[in-house]
Design a binder for this molecule. Sequence first.
Ligand SMILES: N[C@@H](CCC(=O)N[C@@H](CS)C(=O)NCC(=O)O)C(=O)O
Length: 231
Amino acid sequence: MATAADAPRTETTDIENTPIEIIGRQSSHYTRVVRMLALELGIDPPLAPIFDLMSTDPATYAGNPALKLPALRVGDDTAWGSLNACRLLARQVDGGEARVFWPEEARTPLLMNAHEVVTHAMAAQVEVVFHEIVSKRPPDAASRKRRESLLGCLAWLDAHLGAIRAQLPVERIALFDLMLYCLLEHLPFRNPVDLSELPALTAFVADFGARASARATPYRFDAPPPDASGS
Ligand SMILES: N[C@@H](CCC(=O)N[C@@H](CS)C(=O)NCC(=O)O)C(=O)O
């Protein structure tokens, strides 16, 4: 019997009739990138929250064996990881993919490096928060290096932000901007870092934070539903 997965795919889904949901957390900077992109593209899919970040069951993460979030479900299709989720999401909107400036479209070394650095800094932030805040483990050589690497990325981004953004097409939604904004906003929420010496980043957050997509997606922890047993 043919399943939905066997059916020929069109590039753009019938958005009115296909359920779309983001699987992730309101407290996650990766999830926020996907949520903000959706809003920038004019859609507002529901968020199915993952409550237990320590779960080792891939089913908790929409089947992702890496045990990572977010994911995006569109009908019977599921994409794991924020970049895949963004791409699948953009394909649901007429002309959506072309409205986004994707990391692989960077042509100059500066822009390529900017994407590498912001991508790394987002991942380093996860590791720093896990080690220092969630697990409350004492510093070790690896964790010190990771924090230095995060701080070094922030300093580099601050020093080059003007030149980087001058190379981004103003008429498109740059994934770089969304990633940087979600990372910078995540710092005060989970891992306070003094940004006062980083004026370009500080100005960027203030400016980008005025967007409707930013104001609609503040970081907060998802409240688990009350226990059915009432205890
Ligand atoms: N490459 C993935 C990374 C996602 C990621 O690290 N997500 C964090 C939440 S913000 C996570 O799943 N943390 C749980 C863990 O690392 O165990 C993406 O782009 O979505």
